[in-house]
Write a protein that binds this ligand. Structure first.
Ligand SMILES: NC(=O)c1ccc[n+]([C@@H]2O[C@H](COP(=O)([O-])OP(=O)(O)OC[C@H]3O[C@@H](n4cnc5c(N)ncnc54)[C@H](OP(=O)(O)O)[C@@H]3O)[C@@H](O)[C@H]2O)c1
Length: 281
């Protein structure tokens, strides 16, 4: 099983995404079952945000984790960008209430807003010192944002960056991913299956992906996920509302791709040869 270490916490390299869960109350039970199927299959990380369903998804996650040992979960939530960093604690308190916990393991600044970065990270650091979060990080940051952050007085306490990354969207490999590896900042890959290929890469129908999948007796989704986490310190957080898909997704962290298979996937989806704009969903 592949793992990632975030702020000294070792977690399995596939976690559970939750965006757009809670959209349809008729399938709430199924979504809760899907999250539980992921936890029961060995996942620990659940990625959510105050933005998702305007809090409804945090409430759903809170229901799903009832009965699980909090110490064995790794909860990520995110604060919306704002112009006044001092409001972060109120947003965090609301998230904690919805999640039914007294801390989140990793609290991310969802994307850069108007408040000066130093004020925002100072406030995040204060939340960590207060014990309401175990670590803080950022999301949708590109290389310029990361280097700017790193140069701030407490910037190097950033525990992770969460960006869009999948086989069909490899732009961050040009400079950002290497920078994060060098600075030991884990990458949390969102939309790791390209939002079920809705982003247009057609990974799941690609002949090379299907060939590698056949060799592992795996699905195309599993190969795409195994690829997403094949580099050190990359965690993938696929979302699925289907318990069977969830079990398959989590099992992908046991698939190791050979050099030849990685090369075959590179042919179909080449690494970037120049800096590309950061993909954002
Ligand atoms: N930080 C940010 O700004 C940001 C932005 C976007 C997303 N995220 C996070 O990243 C998570 C994942 O990203 P995402 O939701 O955009 O996209 P994703 O995980 O790449 O794709 C989700 C889609 O793939 C389908 N799917 C997943 N596993 C499958 C499988 N094994 N077989 C068939 N279909 C499968 C799901 O459908 P079914 O439900 O029908 O299985 C769903 O439609 C989000 O949920 C969220 O937690 C963060």
């Amino acid at each position: 099983m592949k793992t990632v270490t975030i702020n000294n916490q070792v977690v399995p390299a596939i976690g559970i995404g939750t965006w757009h869960m809670g959209d349809d109350p008729a399938i709430e039970k199924q979504e809760i079952n899907a999250i539980r199927a992921g936890l029961n299959a060995g996942a620990k990380v659940i990625d959510t945000a105050e933005m998702y369903g305007s809090g409804a998804v945090e409430t759903l996650v809170g229901k799903a984790i009832q009965g699980y040992d909090r110490d064995h979960l790794y909860l990520i939530s995110k604060v919306l960008p704002n112009n006044i960093a001092k409001t972060i604690e109120d947003h965090l308190d609301d998230s904690l209430k919805r999640l039914g916990t007294d801390y989140v393991d990793l609290y991310l600044y969802h994307w850069r807003g108007g408040a000066p970065l130093i004020e925002t990270v100072t406030e995040l650091e204060r939340m960590q010192i207060k014990g309401k979060i175990k670590a803080w990080g950022v999301s949708n940051f590109d290389i310029d944002d990361m280097t700017e952050l790193w140069d701030l007085p407490i910037g190097n306490k950033v525990a992770a960056n969460e960006d869009l990354y999948n086989l069909g969207s490899r732009g961050i490999e040009y400079s950002l991913l290497g920078w994060q590896t060098d600075h030991n900042v884990p990458m949390i890959a969102y939309s790791p299956v390209g939002n079920a290929d809705s982003l247009g890469a057609n990974m799941t129908g690609n002949a090379n992906v299907l060939k590698v999948a056949a060799a592992h007796n795996a699905t195309a989704y599993q190969i795409i996920l195994a690829w997403a986490i094949h580099r050190p310190q990359v965690l993938a957080i696929p979302k699925t509302a289907q318990p069977e898909h969830m079990t398959d997704n989590v099992a992908a962290m046991d698939i190791t791709l050979s050099k030849a298979e990685l090369a075959l996937l590179d042919v179909a989806f080449p690494a970037p040869t120049r800096k590309l704009p950061l993909d954002i969903l």
